[in-house]
Design a protein around this ligand. Structure first.
Ligand code: MN
Ligand code: MN
Length: 293
């Protein structure tokens, strides 16, 4: 039982990183540009606008690791430690930083602000994309899940749509990792749409930008209309636009649903080995903290 939970949790985290590395190649491209360049984009080959090495990950995975490390180092929740790790990451000259993330982290650096006032323009996907470590650390503690998720999110993004998506995707991931199946997950998606109808994804509107609504629509459309890990990620990243982040979030859900063994070896083997090692270590420690292992 616990072995299955570990397998699906590790599948979610490594699936997330695979989606990031796979999608980064085609980030900001349109579906037709991708088709012209690659036919169907389905291999981790690096490149893209960031000129990445094959298997290199971007801010999505790096910020998740920064958040996870703060939880592990303190064996609990310490919001300032999370913000400090985000700041250390920003200072490490990362390949990519989202504008809203940069602004929020700079605000913390300059003023010590851990929660910004709500902003209409903070409905990007940057808070939602990095929340997986909180899901893992609170797997058995839903009461902590909401508080920790919203606090980490609002360091950079304070917007009701960002908040709602961060909670909904986190709960979906929890349901899948704990083996409650895709139907429970679908109910959670329907709950999100009943609260914020903007997230409706059927029929699929066809946009995959960093606006949290379009990100979530793309991820849910591809996740619920595929039946294996590989086809879910390929469908997602070939929508282009914010393909590394939609790919990462689709990889998180698909990894949690199908487990580690469905992640293609040609992807896992390509992923930056240091990142794989960090993810393995964090998954183990975060689940221990949750009292699952
Ligand atoms: Mn990215
Ligand atoms: Mn992105």
């Amino acid at each position: 039982m616990n072995e299955q939970i570990f397998n699906r949790a590790l599948g979610a985290y490594l699936g997330f990183a695979c989606g990031d590395a796979l999608g980064a190649t085609v980030e900001f491209m349109s579906p037709s540009q991708i088709q012209t360049a690659y036919g169907v984009h389905k291999d981790i080959i690096g490149g893209g606008w960031l000129a990445l090495a094959p298997g290199e990950v971007t801010d999505d995975t790096q910020m998740s690791l920064a958040l996870g490390q703060a939880i592990i180092d303190h064996q609990s929740w310490n919001l300032q430690a999370v913000a400090d790790n985000f700041l250390a990451w920003l200072n490490s000259n990362p390949p990519d930083v989202g504008n809203t993330c940069r602004r929020g982290i700079a605000r913390y650096r300059d003023n010590g602000t851990l929660i910004g006032v709500p902003h209409d323009d903070e409905a990007g996907n940057g808070a939602c994309m990095r929340n997986l470590p909180v899901v893992l650390a609170t797997l058995n503690r839903p009461d902590y899940f909401a508080q920790w998720s919203l606090e980490q999110a609002r360091i950079t993004h304070h917007h009701p749509l960002s908040d709602a998506a961060t909670l909904a995707l986190g709960r979906m991931t929890n349901l899948l990792i704990t083996g409650q199946g895709v139907d429970a997950c679908l109910q959670e998606a329907e709950r999100l749409i009943s609260q914020h109808s903007q997230f409706a994804y059927q029929p699929y509107p066809g946009k995959a930008s960093a606006y949290i609504v379009e990100t979530v629509q793309t991820v849910l459309h591809c996740f619920f209309n595929s039946d294996n890990f590989e086809s879910c990620l390929i469908a997602t990243v070939n929508q282009g636009a914010d393909a590394d982040t939609t790919g990462a979030l689709a990889g998180m859900l698909a990894g949690a649903r199908y487990g580690l063994e469905q992640i293609p070896e040609r992807w896992l083997g390509r992923l930056d080995a240091q990142v794989v090692e960090k993810i393995r270590g964090q998954t183990d420690k975060l689940l221990q903290l949750a009292g699952v292992l």
